[in-house]
Ligand binder design. Structure first.
Ligand code: DQA
Length: 148
């Protein structure tokens, strides 16, 4: 079983971005925690980060046929990424949208709207890096229940 983990624009800068919202871990540290979690769950993950919406769309198109779920932090694309939304909608596999910060509690009104949420199975927002781990466990459990 393979789960895709996708990080959107600027998340390669984690560790340098405002720690109050995004924590102190780098993306490499978060990915390595996810690798360990995946290993203990006995599943594979394919991790991808890009600052480019088109590259993320292509990754989703190429990798989805072999995947059972998607965990995505769309970063700023959350708020306007309509080609990303359509690529995700076309996958027809479970999608968990993750945000390190609670986008609804942020001061900028534009952060309060997600164009991705309507095509996601669910959203985890504000739990920091643990949100990714929670999303991974959820997807694995759902798949196990589905298989019986
Ligand atoms: C983010 C929230 C977005 O509003 C922002 O553009 C990001 C990160 C988060 O993880 O909290 O880059 O998705």
């Amino acid at each position: 079983m393979k789960i895709l983990v996708i990080h959107g624009p600027n998340l390669n800068q984690l560790g340098k971005r405002d720690p109050h919202f995004y924590g102190v871990k780098t993306l490499e540290e978060i990915n390595s925690l996810l690798d360990s979690e995946a290993e203990s769950l006995g599943i594979d993950i394919a991790v991808f980060q890009s600052n480019n919406e088109g590259e993320i769309v292509s990754f989703i198109q190429e990798e989805t046929p072999n995947a059972r779920g998607i965990i995505i932090n769309p970063a700023a694309l959350t708020h306007y990424g309509l080609s990303l939304r359509e690529a995700l909608a076309d996958t027809r596999i479970p999608i968990i949208e993750v945000h390190l910060s609670n986008i609804y509690a942020r001061p900028e009104p534009w952060r309060h709207t997600s164009v991705i949420a309507p095509v996601a199975t669910g959203q985890v927002s504000g739990l920091g890096w643990k949100g990714y781990v929670i999303a991974l466990n959820y997807l694995v459990q759902q798949e196990q229940e589905r298989r019986g």
